[in-house]
Design a protein around this ligand. Structure first.
Ligand code: GLC
Length: 734
């Protein structure tokens, strides 16, 4: 009987078990639950090892950034929080993601990131050029296109936009940002964030943005990359925090800390910046990722005795994810045991990382849709936007006797220089996943633009640098046998980007000598520059009849160059960075503080003025600015001032004119910049048309300035509004 009872009980148990309700879906896998509740649920389930791995980033694929050591791309751990994906194959990326999602205990997806700085497969111009377009909407569109190519490559996170203000062109990374002005960097950085992230991070073709390099990286001593930066609190507030605050306000998902030491405390362990300002004051809810191996580099910077202390200081400062050093994975458990860090700190960092993964929809849609490569990249609309942005970024710096556009009476043109047949260097630095084979050379674009109209006489002339002038004779002959000469000069793309600081910003001597040699032929000379930084043109500017700054215009930039040369395109760019006369004049930038004796020159041996100021650029048409009209010359601090100027296109062709509005506050409690850009707008003005530009000046937004603590100060007194060549005074009262 007892046996029967046991058998019956066993049978009952088996039946019950087989009809047991399935385990409830863990909350973190419940798509209809809130992100916060899913994160909290997942966090509770995670082991310490699983948490630590979420704070660790490694590489996947062949690391092609020669500046970065610690290549850990030998395989991958599916528990990694993030992988820097040196690839563009969604199938491979999905196979890796499958290991994480389907073969680990909790199935936490990997966040794939990469440096998509100015395009993925379709490169638009370098950001330093883009700032010269004054067209933030076009930049947003370009970044949106770039996000789609990036997303379809399997990458969900770009380490872009770089919004460092840079005023020392010896620093090669000046190419990656939007120039010397905080407001310009803020506007373009925010437009890039909106372009990358779209309306919803979880929607297809949108990717997470990353504001970098936080902070003041552009101030490295002598323009020497990775070096010390001595920054006053006032300068941090006035100049370097502005573009990051705008990017956070635009909703940037992540921030990358910078390598540099900020007055003694490297950004990597700078709690004031990473936590007090970014997370506490600004309410930033995303996460901070270190720059490459930066936690390990703290020992080089003399602020950590060993990797463990480096990890302790970084995590306690608010640095959430460790890029490549592997220190968090190795040392967080010990640091917890020693009570040098708390689990609350670890959890807060993990929470931030998981939150972004949920926002991106990676838990619910972890795999990249696989689209045929022919549909994924280099689409006509994407190339059209990149070409337009290239055209609007180019700056006409000189045009003596309107030699440009090339006249219909010209029958032959000598096309000379190291850039004529080049493709690679047109791409600029940080070329994403792009290929030079997709880039049209200037020679090809010239032949397309002028076929049947001009005889083109090509000569190489010389290389980018070196001493070999054996090509000069052929170039001189080509010039002698042509009506005019176009010299395509500039820099290799490897002279810009990370770890590319240069001791001089003049063109290499061989290129200067080529200009002088061609000048002797007596032919008119047009110089087209392809470069990633302002150049000191003192030695060649006098010999040029025209100078077009084309920057590094990207995949489809060559036809923008030839469109401007032919007159098919009317140049509309204005500089977002000042061109010093010589290297010795650095730093020189438009919003410097006034000198005690402004009437005396700066140097004995050179003129005081730079060659071209921020905001400078010529057009093929002419614009006449009406007198500025102010709604009042006296306003209270709480009242807006409406300023209007009517711009008349008095020329013979349509043009796009960017109007830049500046303010000056020459009687403040502390010295203020001589002038500060506060608004800009670019509009198409057809020939003979007049268009009104309006600046709605809000004193709190446009006239106040931060004190060293970041508190905004708005003072009463006299101010000036500047637009075009006008400067009008108005008063602010309490
Ligand atoms: C590099 C750069 C940074 C880049 C990162 C990942 O060293 O400083 O701009 O995003 O590492 O490649």
């Amino acid at each position: 009987m007892k046996t029967f009872r046991y058998l019956f009980a066993a049978a009952t148990a088996i039946i019950l078990v087989s009809f047991k309700k399935p385990d409830p879906l863990p909350l973190y896998k419940n798509k209809s639950a809130s992100i916060e509740s899913r994160v909290n649920d997942l966090l509770k389930r995670m082991t310490l090892d699983e948490k630590v791995m979420q704070l660790s980033q490694y590489t996947l694929g062949l690391n092609d950034n020669e500046n970065n050591i610690n290549d850990l791309s030998k395989g991958f751990d599916p528990h990694a929080g993030s992988l820097i994906y040196f690839g563009s194959d969604p199938l491979f990326r999905n196979a890796v993601q499958k290991k994480a999602v389907e073969e680990t205990r909790l199935g936490i997806p990997i966040l794939f990131g990469f440096d998509i700085i100015h395009g993925c497969k379709t490169l638009y111009p370098i950001p330093l050029a883009v700032g010269c377009s004054w067209n933030t909407e076009l930049n947003r569109e370009a970044c949106s296109n770039s996000a789609k190519e990036t997303y379809l490559s399997g990458i969900n996170w770009t380490f872009s936009p770089m919004v460092d203000v840079a005023r020392d062109p010896r620093w090669g990374r000046v190419a990656e940002g939007y120039g010397e002005d905080p407001y310009t960097g803020a506007q373009f950085g925010a437009s890039a964030v909106r372009g990358y992230q779209g309306q919803s991070l979880s929607a297809p073709n949108n990717i997470a943005a990353c504001l970098k390099h936080y902070l003041a990286y552009g101030l490295v001593e002598g323009g020497r990359d990775y070096s010390f930066t001595d920054v006053s609190q006032q300068l941090l507030q006035d100049t370097y925090l502005v573009s990051f605050k705008a990017g956070v306000k635009a909703g940037a998902s992540t921030v990358m800390s910078s390598f540099n030491d900020i007055s003694g405390t490297p950004s990597t362990i700078n709690k004031y910046l990473l936590t007090d300002i970014l997370k506490t004051q600004w309410g930033f809810k995303g996460f901070v990722v270190a720059d490459w191996d930066a936690i390990a580099q703290l020992m080089n910077q003399g602020v950590a005795k060993d990797p463990e202390q480096a990890g302790e200081r970084a995590l306690n400062a608010g640095l959430d994810m460790d890029m490549l050093s592997d220190i968090y994975r190795k040392y967080i458990p010990d640091l917890l045991k020693q009570k040098k860090i708390t689990m609350a700190t670890v959890d807060e960092a993990v929470r931030r990382v998981l939150t972004l993964k949920f926002k991106l929809g990676l838990f619910d849609n972890p795999y990249t849709p696989v689209v045929a490569e022919s549909q994924r990249y280099l689409q006509p609309e994407t190339k059209k936007t990149a070409n337009q942005l290239a055209a609007e970024s180019m700056v006409l710096l000189k045009n003596k006797d309107n030699i440009l556009p090339i006249s219909g009476s010209i029958k032959s043109l000598a096309i000379i220089g190291p850039m004529v047949n080049d493709s690679t260097d047109l791409m600029g630095s940080w070329t994403g996943r792009a290929n030079a084979k997709d880039v049209e050379s200037i020679n090809s674009a010239l032949r397309g633009e002028f076929s049947g109209k001009l005889q083109l006489n090509y000569a190489h002339g010389c290389d980018f640098d070196g001493k070999d002038d054996s090509g000069f004779d052929v170039a001189i002959n080509a010039a002698k046998n042509s009506d005019e000469v176009v010299l395509f000069l500039g820099e290799k793309n490897s002279w810009s980007g990370e770890n590319t600081s240069r001791s001089t910003i003049a063109l290499p001597e061989i290129q200067e000598r080529l200009v002088a040699a061609i000048k002797k032929t007596g032919k008119p000379i047009i110089i087209v520059l392809i470069n990633g930084r302002p150049l000191a043109l003192k030695n060649i500017e006098p010999d040029a009849d025209a100078i077009l700054e084309a920057w590094q215009p990207g995949t489809v930039g060559a036809t923008a160059i030839t469109g401007i040369l032919s007159g098919r395109i009317n140049p509309s760019g204005k500089l977002d960075i000042t061109f010093p006369l010589t290297t010795g004049q650095i730093p020189v930038y438009y919003d410097m503080h006034p000198r005690a004796r402004p009437y005396l020159g700066n140097y004995q041996d050179i003129p005081t003025e730079p060659l071209y100021w921020f905001g400078y650029g010529l057009s093929y048409t002419t614009y006449n600015y009406s007198d500025v009209k102010l709604s009042s010359t006296k306003i209270k601090k709480t009242e807006h001032l409406i300023a209007k100027v009517e711009v008349d296109n008095t020329g013979k062709i349509d043009g796009k004119e960017a109007v830049l509005w500046y303010i000056a506050h020459p009687e403040a409690t502390i010295s203020r910049p001589r002038k500060e850009l506060k608004f800009f707008e670019k509009k198409l003005i057809k020939k003979g048309e007049k268009i009104v530009y309006t600046f709605d000046l809000d004193p709190e937004r446009d006239l106040s300035y931060p004190d060293a603590s970041g508190k905004q100060i708005l003072e009463s007194g006299d101010y000036y509004l500047m637009v075009g060549s006008q400067k009008v005074k108005f008063e602010v009262t309490d």
